[in-house]
Design a protein around this ligand. Structure first.
Ligand code: 2M8
Ligand code: MG
Ligand code: MG
Length: 263
């Protein structure tokens, strides 16, 4: 079994970032050598810290919504070790969105427009962690401050340029259309297949619209009750494959594992 999990609002409480209710399962999975592969909007710098907080050091992870893939530490023979970028770098994305903003007057504020203190206010992260949240390698994060109509036009302009616009819990993320949580999962599954000779069953957990590609790419999916009112639309939402939790955040994470693996 391979477990792919979103962080904010899924394994981590959306407000406090605590994972306490999931501790028992994290330990059981570790004891059984079942990899928990974190898959988030966060930067690799943030995820290295969180991976270590959760006792998952050395495992692969997916950062920046799939634009960045960290390899397993044991795969150091891989040409892209320690991590690879799926698409154009952060600086190029920033320059593109700044051009669109000055040409068409869209109103948004990116993580690059503000300092660490403001990011701390927006996210509730400590200054240290907020600084890590700015270290994007292959995506950009912003708060949208314009109409829905303007958003549709902005998104169309991004798509035209080979980028995509992904909704997180509180923010919007822009990355190369070649990257995504789904592409990253498929790429990692192929690595496991190649290195271990068989493809393990996959279980995914997520709470936001940006987790739909994650939840569509796994054998079994847990939709953790989220704060986003638009919810998640899945391609195959049968009760055998998809479990919707009653509880939000890490309590929902535990509930999902109880459901599929047993309490
Ligand atoms: C951002 O990600 C969340 C999760 O989906 C969001 O979009 O609301 C990222 O910028 C990440 O780097 C940061 O740690 C997180 C903090 O809540 O927000
Ligand atoms: Mg989330
Ligand atoms: Mg996320």
């Amino acid at each position: 079994l391979l477990v792919y999990s979103d962080l904010d609002g899924t394994l981590l409480d959306i407000h406090t970032y605590s994972w306490q209710p999931a501790l028992g399962w994290l330990e059981t999975l570790k004891d059984n050598q079942i990899p928990v592969i974190l898959c988030s909007s966060k930067t690799a710098a943030e995820m290295l810290e969180i991976q270590s907080d959760l006792g998952l050091d050395g495992l692969p992870f997916i950062a920046e919504n799939g634009a960045v893939i960290q390899l397993d530490v044991r795969w150091n023979d891989h040409p892209d070790a320690p991590r690879l970028m799926n698409g154009i770098p952060h600086a190029e994305i920033v320059s593109i969105i700044n051009q669109l903003r000055s040409r068409d007057g869209y109103k948004f504020t990116t993580f690059d427009d503000v300092d660490v203190r403001v990011i701390g206010e927006w996210t509730g992260l400590s200054n240290e962690r907020a600084a890590l949240a700015r270290l994007h390698e292959a995506s950009a994060t912003l708060i949208w401050r314009d109409s829905d109509e303007k958003m549709a036009a902005f998104e169309a302009a991004l798509v035209e340029l080979g980028l995509k616009f992904v909704q997180g819990a509180r923010f919007w993320h822009i990355l190369d259309a070649r990257g995504g949580k789904d592409q990253a999962i498929n790429w990692l599954n192929a690595q496991y297949l190649q290195r271990e000779g068989n493809l393990p069953t996959t279980l995914g957990l997520g709470d936001g619209p940006n987790d739909a590609p994650l939840l569509d790419s796994v054998d079994f999916a847990v939709v953790v009750k989220g704060i986003n009112r638009h919810g998640i639309q899945l391609k195959n939402d049968t009760p055998e494959r998809v479990y919707h939790t009653q509880q939000p955040g890490p309590a929902g994470w535990r509930e999902g594992l109880d459901h599929f693996i047993g309490s």
